[in-house]
Design a protein around this ligand. Structure first.
Ligand code: MN
Length: 132
């Protein structure tokens, strides 16, 4: 079965760019366009990986990540933070709340698929991280 990737992104153009960058990889995409919807979709759909915009209406991406990481079922789900306003300390903050990777906009459409493939492969190769 295709791996499910949840994309939490309030900018519809970025949402399209992300999906275009990944279209050859055969994933199933789930979309959420604000923080609360993203949180709800994560819990309901249990995606294999989450692409998380940091600047979101209602709840920002780092807060969602922090909350998800408190749940055992989300302790190992790869989360990639994406931000448009990269400032000093942003990457450290993203990693501190539990993001596995941190990318800046504009989205690098060659780098994104590589990062995702690598994160999913690492998860599958590590028995401690396997989920039911
Ligand atoms: Mn945004």
């Amino acid at each position: 079965m295709a791996e499910k990737i949840l994309i939490v992104e309030d900018n519809s153009q970025n949402m399209r760019v992300i999906q275009m960058a990944l279209r050859r990889l055969g994933y199933t995409f789930l979309e959420a366009s604000d923080g609360e919807a993203g949180m709800a979709a994560a819990i309901q759909e249990k995606p294999d990986l989450i692409i998380m915009d940091v600047q979101l209406p209602k709840m920002d991406g780092l807060e969602i990540t922090r909350r998800l990481r408190e749940m055992p079922e989300f302790s190992q789900v790869p989360i990639i933070a994406i931000t448009a306003y990269a400032m000093k300390g942003d990457m450290e903050r993203a990693l501190a709340v539990g993001c596995d990777a941190y990318l800046t906009k504009p989205i690098n459409t060659r780098e994104l698929p590589k990062v995702i493939v690598e994160l999913l492969a690492n998860r599958q190769n590590n028995p401690r991280q396997q989920r039911e």
